[in-house]
Design a protein around this ligand. Structure first.
Ligand SMILES: [Ca+2]
Length: 354
């Protein structure tokens, strides 16, 4: 029995030995089939300009490290590893001059200006903040805000909203004053900007001008007139016995008044007074009246003192329109009619309240 067991043990040990030898042979075969790692290498790597390289072995699995000089920053791979296929991992590093703008800190289309250890962003329109990260507040329409009740009036005429601000404008025939909000009529007559022909008088009005050439009434009965000035007609002497001629106006004068729209009423517009020749006794009483053109009741005529009558605007007309009104003044002496004077007033109402 003991002999038998010994024989078995020896055979087992022999089997193990054979197996070991076979394994070694097999191992050697496998090792020889694989390429020798020491025999594969990657191409040489240079240090980047303004940088340094660490590591000089270019065999498989070896690493090479790169750094940049102070003031430069590394772009690309700071570490590269030689791969079994003979190429390096990553990208070739570069050393670029360090800029505070390198990280693109300015947003939303801003322009970055680099400085020493700092940068400044010049924001695109509509953006704000250190890095232009905030949208600027949307534009305030001042024109709308100030339309609200109780707010001061921004513009005399029109308000035009522009991004971040506003401006005022005036209608044609007016100019914007230096305060940027008020409108002033252009005096076309004074500035010779009119086209009135010779012998015709230019009358400046709000927003424009008028060319006027008043004419005297035609002869009627025994009364006839002569123009004594551009705005005045005088009656020629009457035959002694012509009552109708004596009652016809002794003088007719023409007056032109430019007015804004919606004037505050009542407001005196025109005064009429007697003028007696020096050394001659004047009339002892006067009567004033409106003799034509007041169909809409815009005016009243009243005595302001013993010698003067006043035409008063009591209802403000809205422009643009032209209103004519005719007033007269009759002179009496000892309750006897002496003479009558007529004033023809033309009011040019502008479309605006200025
Ligand atoms: Ca004018």
């Amino acid at each position: 029995m003991q002999q038998f067991l010994k024989g078995q043990e020896m055979r087992y040990a022999e089997g193990v030995r054979i197996m070991k030898n076979r394994l070694i042979t097999l191992q050697n075969m496998v090792t020889k089939a694989a390429p020798d790692p020491q025999s594969v290498s990657c191409p040489a790597l240079d240090a980047p300009k303004d940088g340094r390289r660490f590591g000089t072995k270019y065999f498989v699995d070896h690493e090479v490290h790169f750094t940049c000089e102070p003031g430069f920053q590394l772009l690309g791979s700071s570490t590269r590893v030689c791969q079994a296929n003979g190429s390096w991992t990553g990208d070739a590093p570069q050393c670029k001059v360090f800029s505070t703008c390198s990280s693109n800190p300015c947003q939303n289309g801003a322009i970055c200006v680099a400085g020493v250890n700092q940068y400044k962003c010049t924001c695109a329109h509509g953006w704000t903040g250190d890095n232009c990260q905030y949208q600027t507040q949307t534009d305030v329409n001042e024109c709308e805000v100030y339309k609200l009740e109780g707010a001061p009036r921004l513009c005399m005429h029109a308000c035009i909203n522009i991004p971040g601000s506003y401006r005022c404008s005036c209608p044609s025939g007016y100019k914007l004053l230096g305060d940027g909000k008020s409108c002033e009529d252009i005096d076309e007559c004074g500035l010779s900007l009119h086209n009135c022909t010779r012998g015709v008088t230019c009358i400046n009005t709000g927003g424009g001008f008028q060319c006027v050439n008043p004419e005297c009434p035609r002869s009627s009965g025994n009364a006839s007139y002569v123009k004594t000035s551009p705005f005045q007609c005088e009656r020629n002497p009457c035959p002694m016995d012509s009552r109708s001629c004596h009652h016809a106006p002794k003088s007719i004068s023409f007056h032109y008044l430019p007015l804004p729209s919606n004037l505050i009423t009542p407001t005196p517009l025109f005064r009429m007074a007697t003028a007696s020749a020096p050394g001659r006794p004047g009339p002892d009483s006067l009567r004033f009246g409106i003799v034509g053109g007041n169909s809409r009741g815009h005016f009243v005529m009243q005595r302001s003192d013993r010698q003067t009558g006043e035409l008063i605007l009591v209802q403000s007309p809205k422009g643009p329109q032209t209103i004519e009104v005719e007033v007269d003044m009759s002179e009496y002496l000892d309750r006897t009619f002496q003479a009558k004077h007529v004033s023809k007033i033309t009011v040019f109402v502008s479309p605006y309240e200025f």
